[in-house]
Write a protein that binds this ligand. Structure first.
Ligand SMILES: [Zn+2]
Length: 187
């Protein structure tokens, strides 16, 4: 029964995760000056180094609070995104995304999805779980630490909540990224 619930939660999260692109339009991006370079020729093939660095810091800071997180998804190629998009449309299964290749921050190496890991190795998507027993949900504690590090959290989005999703947009919209604008690799 627990497993069924977990699966249901997973599906729910997967669904909202892929709806999240739409809600990004609600966010004008940070007001700080955008520091980018134009690089329309090449697409990223991995997580942006500043994002990767902050993910490592996030893991350390949450571990210090007795919370273990796992990154379940990070960089996703356009092809991988398109494959997901085909699901429920051209290939069997249910529709899991409304974002085609190039429409997600994952496609530009600027987003990761996290989940919690229990001591026995189980990975859970329970946003109420309080494993460190401090009276606060571990999930929300992770989100708070991530936000302090400069991540935008999908759980804060208004139209679609994407609880596992963390992204750094460096002030660039999906349109900017599609036009070839890229965050610089160091600040
Ligand atoms: Zn995500």
């Amino acid at each position: 029964m627990k497993k069924v619930l977990r699966l249901l939660l997973l599906f729910l999260f997967a669904f909202v995760a892929y709806e999240s692109f739409l809600s990004m339009k609600d966010y004008p991006g940070s007001s700080e000056q955008v520091d980018y370079e134009l690089n329309a020729e090449t697409l990223p093939t991995e997580l942006h180094p500043i994002v990767a660095e902050n993910v490592e810091v996030l893991k350390q800071k949450t571990a210090a609070k007795g919370i273990t997180i796992v990154i379940t998804d990070e960089y996703r190629s356009f092809e991988e995104q398109d494959k997901l998009y085909d699901k429920g449309r051209r290939t069997p299964g249910r529709v899991v995304t409304h974002s085609e290749g190039g429409e997600s921050y994952h496609n530009f190496g600027l987003a990761v999805d996290f989940a919690l890991q229990l001591e026995n190795g189980d990975v859970i998507w329970d946003i109420e779980y309080d494993g460190n027993g401090n009276g606060q949900s571990d999930w929300f504690e992770v989100a708070e630490i991530a936000k302090d590090l400069g991540f935008e959290w999908g759980g804060d989005w208004h139209r679609f909540k994407d609880y596992p999703h963390l992204q750094m947009d460096f002030g660039l919209t999906i349109n900017d990224l599609q036009e070839g604008k890229r965050p610089k690799h160091s600040s």
